[in-house]
Design a protein around this ligand. Structure first.
Ligand SMILES: Nc1ncnc2c1ncn2[C@@H]1O[C@H](COP(=O)(O)OP(=O)(O)OP(=O)(O)O)[C@@H](O)[C@H]1O
Ligand SMILES: [Mg+2]
Length: 310
């Protein structure tokens, strides 16, 4: 029953589609875009048959929060979430979009993903295991999977609209877009990550890595796309962090566990999700947003020290 409230398919009468991804639909407003986060959810790269009510709104709320939080570091594309400024929306479309849409400046995208990693995971862990390097830079020996890196590192990738993004070295990025722009993207990406990771750490969440996209609007270099959401980042529960293996991501843990236990072969179509998995997943998204946008919490270690009378 809950699933009836999930929005998984969307089109608008008055605005042409600009792009549809796994989760978001983007519509063209001439010099601006309308980015709409649906309630679709993917796991193991497959879109699930059921949506998660509230998920699109959670993702949008979080991006808008981070845009405001980091605007002192670099400007971004966010203009407004006030849909009354879009005259061609019908009342029912406006109701469907409420909370899940943002109006942004249309930018000329820089076709590279600006990935920052504070912890070693995913493709970086694979590279380290086989080459001893991350983003083609040699790393110290003895790192374990999910270990914290001494410093956050910038590991760019080519945006590939078809298939998987391809990691490149910083020097290759320099060859492609020049030293000056590379330096700027690296500096801004690291500054954004460092600021957000410190904010999240005070709320018991590790941002293991994340991906930013940048573009130019009227010659301004700005952050575009979504920012620091569970879809563009690995969020880990700080209390559960245990290097030496993969960590469950904050948002999809329930869903992945259930899918694995269901015996599904990871080929589409995925099985229909039971209501408790839908509501449990929804709760996790809402918890992530509430914690990240809420006040700092006392650190677990501090509480344990208190309990131990230290
Ligand atoms: N302000 C902007 N100006 C121009 N393009 C933008 C802007 N913000 C985001 N984009 C682009 O809009 C598209 C949004 O697509 P979306 O992220 O939903 O799907 P995707 O990246 O193709 O697939 P995935 O589901 O894997 O993320 C991306 O190509 C992104 O680079
Ligand atoms: Mg994308």
């Amino acid at each position: 029953m809950i699933d009836q409230q999930a929005l998984t398919q969307l089109s608008l009468q008055g605005y042409p589609r600009f792009h549809s991804g796994k989760v978001r639909d983007t519509f063209d407003l001439d010099d601006r875009l309308l980015i709409v986060a649906s309630d679709r959810i993917s796991a193991f790269d497959v879109i699930m048959p059921n949506g998660i009510p509230g998920k699109g709104a959670a993702l949008t709320k979080l991006s808008i929060f981070w845009f405001a939080q980091t605007s002192g570091i670099v400007a971004n594309h966010f203009i407004s979430d006030d849909l009354t400024t879009l005259p061609q929306l019908s009342e029912s479309e406006r109701a469907e979009l409420a909370g899940r849409a943002m109006i942004v400046r249309k930018a000329e995208r820089i076709d590279f993903e600006c990935v920052v990693r504070g912890y070693i995971s995913g493709s970086a862990w694979k590279e380290y295991q086989s080459e001893g390097s991350v983003a083609f830079v040699p790393m110290p020996g003895g790192l374990r999977e999910s270990d914290r890196l001494a410093e956050p590192i910038f590991t760019p990738a080519v945006k590939n609209d078809l298939g998987h993004d391809e990691n490149i070295s910083v020097s290759e990025l320099r060859d492609r877009i020049g030293a000056e722009q590379t330096g700027e993207l690296e500096r801004l990406s690291i500054a954004l990550y460092t600021s957000a990771a410190a904010h999240a750490a005070e709320r018991g969440i590790i941002i293991a890595d994340t991906k930013f996209e940048f573009g130019f609007a009227d010659d301004d270099l700005i952050v575009i796309d979504e920012m620091l959401t569970p879809d563009s980042s690995r969020f880990w529960e700080a209390d559960a962090w245990e290097p030496g293996g993969p960590q469950e991501s904050f948002d999809k843990q329930f869903l992945r566990d259930w899918l694995l236990a269901s015996g599904w072969d990871r080929e589409p179509p995925a099985p229909a999700l039971p209501e408790e998995i839908i509501s449990g997943t929804r709760q996790r998204y809402e918890e992530a947003v509430a914690r990240l946008t809420g006040p700092p919490v006392a650190r677990h270690v501090d509480r344990s020290r208190e309990r131990a009378g230290v």
